[in-house]
Write a new protein. Structure first.
Length: 213
């Protein structure tokens, strides 16, 4: 059980050299940070390395944390910048991860994409296949579209916090999120193999009302 107290309390203690206080912050936010990094990079080992780097940079930069944003938002911002740098390095060096490797890595984590909101309960029969197809489609999205989808739809960050993290306007993020949903819908359903018994024209992996959220 985590000790009581707000993040601000533990940030203040950590600034004074209390390593246990910072360990509490890692415990509170480490799971989400790793999950976000895994979804952004598609690589388990890279996500783990970047998560460690994220909290190391946060610890070293505590004196520069002004507190005008929540600690959770600040730590996600650090993680996002590291993920972007990592993806640029991977692209520059031409490292390619096979689809089989991505599938194996997704199976190693407890953070598969949620398919709990498919509108037809009978789709539960194909839940694993749908999850795998959605994950593969998400891996193919352009980074900025993947970022807003992961942060808003998978981790429930409001658009104003994502704007603080990315530096983009709320309006542009909403447009980007809408386009990301459309691209995923097209990839998950419209590009399903012929004869796929799980393909249906009606259901989609998004909650009703999200188009204007």
């Amino acid at each position: 059980m985590q000790p009581p107290g707000t993040d601000a309390v533990f940030v203040a203690r950590a600034r004074d050299g209390d390593r246990e206080a910072f360990a509490t912050l890692v415990e509170r936010h480490g799971g989400r940070v790793r999950s976000i990094l895994l979804r952004l990079t598609g690589d388990v080992d890279q996500a783990d390395d970047l998560a460690q780097d994220t909290f190391l940079r946060a610890y070293r930069g505590l004196d520069g944390f002004r507190g005008d944003a929540r600690f959770g938002t600040w730590i996600v911002q650090i993680a996002l910048h590291l993920a972007r740098d990592g993806l640029r390095r991977t692209k520059r060096h031409g490292n390619v991860v096979s689809l089989d490797d991505l599938r194996d890595q997704r199976e190693e984590t407890a953070d598969p994409p949620s398919v709990a909101t498919w509108s037809d309960p009978s789709d539960a029969v194909g839940e694993h296949e749908l999850a795998d197809r959605l994950a593969a489609a998400l891996d193919e999205l352009p980074p900025k579209y993947r970022e807003v989808f992961v942060l808003h739809h998978e981790h429930d960050l409001p658009y104003d916090e994502i704007a603080r993290v990315t530096g983009d306007s709320v309006g542009s993020l909403k447009v980007r999120a809408h386009r990301a949903r459309q691209m995923l819908k097209e990839k998950v359903f419209d590009e399903a193999p012929r004869g796929d018994t799980h393909r249906r024209p009606g259901p989609r992996p998004f909650r009703s009302g999200e188009e204007t959220s």
